[in-house]
Design a binder for this molecule. Structure first.
Ligand SMILES: [Zn+2]
Length: 294
């Protein structure tokens, strides 16, 4: 009886020991696995992302904000030949939020103001080189200027129908470049806060303006932008929560600096861009764009 009880006790203790050992081993393996994955995420190096800012593409007389079709062709050829892949804003967001991968040398290509030639001249070139681009439109330009003279590559702006065509091409995404804040000649500089304006007044003015373009794009094109481009790069700190609350995930500035992309969504607020002046050759511009590239 005594022996029998001891054997039972021994077996019971053995079983408990085995359970404890197995549990410890399980915890050890899980902790090693978790440690391994978090370490690899932490060790993931930031991805350098140059962002190009174009405006108008037309004619034979380039300027600070106009390049010729030949210059655009030359730029895209250069990027393609040097191993760069023009990614979409959606791919960029997916990566930052933990899904998918970025190509080895990503570049983001943007156009500001919504010139009609982004459709008539640029789109065929992006198709030729199998690249993606973002066009940030000013709602008022489309409402007031494009409708009056919709199809001159030299000076027209995109109509809502043209914008739909860009979207359906599958090459272009549309950004919001405000509705009526694309000016520095009035009281306000771009969409920056005016001196003396209360934070509440500023939030109201900014959100109402941006919402007008959002609503027009939604109603006319069935598209809701998540990219916002600050006119002239004039930024107020108070704009950031407004843009976040409105659902924007990417904002574009005009500071000429390299961006470094991580898995932190904050890195998408304030992507810096290099203006592509038509006064530079492709080689000169690319050298400037990639001056901080490592
Ligand atoms: Zn602009």
């Amino acid at each position: 009886m005594y022996t029998c009880c001891n054997i039972k006790k021994f077996i019971k203790l053995l079983i408990i020991d085995m359970i404890v050992i197995m549990a410890a081993a399980f915890v050890f393996i899980i902790s090693r696995t978790m440690k391994g994955s978090s370490a690899s995420e932490t060790d993931e190096p930031p991805v350098p992302l140059p962002v190009i800012m174009y405006h108008s593409v037309f004619g034979t007389e380039p300027s600070e904000y106009v390049i010729t079709p030949e210059q655009l062709d030359s730029d895209l050829k250069w990027l393609s030949g040097h191993g760069f892949t023009a990614i979409s804003a959606e791919e960029l967001v997916q990566y930052v939020y933990g899904k998918g991968k970025l190509p080895e040398k990503p570049v983001l290509i943007t156009f500001d103001d919504g010139h009609y030639n982004n459709l008539s001249v640029a789109l065929p070139l992006f198709e030729k080189y199998d690249m993606r681009f973002i066009v940030s439109v000013v709602g008022r330009f489309t409402d007031s200027l494009a409708a009056a003279d919709p199809h001159k590559s030299a000076y027209s702006y995109l109509t809502w129908k043209d914008i739909s065509e860009l979207i359906y091409s599958g090459r272009a995404e549309i950004g919001n470049h405000t509705y009526d804040m694309h000016s520095v000649s009035g009281k306000r500089n771009g969409c920056a806060r005016i001196n003396g304006e209360s934070e509440e007044e500023y939030r109201k003015a900014l959100s109402e303006d941006i919402l007008t373009t959002q609503n027009s794009l939604r109603n006319a094109c069935g598209y809701i932008p998540f990219v916002f481009a600050y006119p002239f790069g004039h930024i107020s700190r108070e704009s950031i929560p407004v843009l976040r609350e409105m659902g924007f995930l990417v904002t574009l500035t005009c500071y000429e600096r390299m961006n470094y992309i991580t898995r932190d969504p904050d890195c998408l607020f304030g992507l810096d861009r290099y203006n592509r002046s038509g006064l530079l050759s492709t080689e000169e511009y690319m050298s400037k764009l990639l001056s901080e590239y490592k």
